[in-house]
Design a protein around this ligand. Sequence first.
Ligand SMILES: *Cc1c(COP(=O)(O)O)cnc(C)c1O
Length: 418
Amino acid sequence: MTEAKRPPAHVAMSQFPVADNGELLVGGQRLSVLAERVGQTPFYAYDRGLLKARVAELRAALPQGIELHYAMKANPMPAVVGLMAGLVDGIDVASAGELQVALNAGADPHEISFAGPGKRDIELGQAVAAGVLVNVESARELKVLAAASQRLGLPARVALRVNPDFELKGSGMRMSGGPKQFGIDAETVPDVLAQVGQLAGDGVAFEGFHLFAGSQNLKAEAICEAQQKSFELALRLAEAAPSPVKFLNLGGGFGIPYFPGEARLDLPPIGDNLAALQARARAELPQAKLVIELGRYFVGEAGVYVTRIVDRKVSRGQVFLVADGGLHHHLSASGNFGQVLRKNYPATIQPQGRTETAVEAASVVGPLCTPLDLLADRMDMPRGEVGDLAVIFQSGAYGRSASPEGFLGHPACVEVLV
Ligand SMILES: *Cc1c(COP(=O)(O)O)cnc(C)c1O
């Protein structure tokens, strides 16, 4: 028998309250009741109250006037985007498909920005027609935008996405520094700004800069350092801009704890740092609004993935709880979405129709014919039986839409916002 992984500290990490009988409460509803209401497993459930509380908590920690954008690629469920659109100051989209969802959800087009490499001509035309800000990633995009502006008789609102010469230290995913497909290398930005100036007569309207240095960072000092460097770089680049900077997106990268020993991000130093940058912006870029864009931080902790145990097997002493869901719905919990080392997401078993006092080390696996389909590897959890529910926490971001749902042809999961 293999030794069990460290447990319950995991589950204690979850933001979800528990009823007297030990049942998890999602959107205030007992999980067994919610599962019946949903009518099928597997499903994702996102908690409205937790989403609202997270935005409120962040606003309270940051200086007034710092604008919050939701990067909807973290969770593009239309109902979530609709809720977030009413809570934050803007929505960041990364495709014309996401743009459509944001517009349908009622987001104000003026407060939508569109980033991403390889924007197709048709997508750039859609952005101009919708009146959203395009974070331009190449000189080619500028020409296409100018043509769209001419055709439509509408301004093409642009910010330049800059590939800085630094990175966000200690990030889960690095998105800047060195050669990257994202943004325009900082050293060539002055040339591109000259082109923006030349295209002003063709309807290209310069608004500012977008810098995004990385993701999933739990170190406040690293985030502050990246924000400060981003601000200073933007100040230097602004000298070559054809008109005053009105929009300065300093990126995000705020992480959430997934694994034992990971501490929650310390917000007060980030608030202080942004207050200092805001004071400098008032003096040096007086027309600029400062924006930060976050995906995972807003939604990640507000979601659970719920799957039902269909089989219980013991293989050479190791317990396998085989569930009806797996990596085809939740690639990141399986450890195959960019992780270098696989670690367990916080997870638990919710026994159905009985009280369970026994705890045992078990692995929760999915129905796919691949050993990668592993949701929990030898974790101590309440003893699971066929019919019980397995719950994976921290599942509100990069879940369903980031998973290969068609792989092996199992049924789709559903999503609910409660
Ligand atoms: C992915 C992405 C985000 C969101 O990242 P999170 O880690 O979910 O906060 C924000 N901005 C850009 C440009 C992105 O590509």
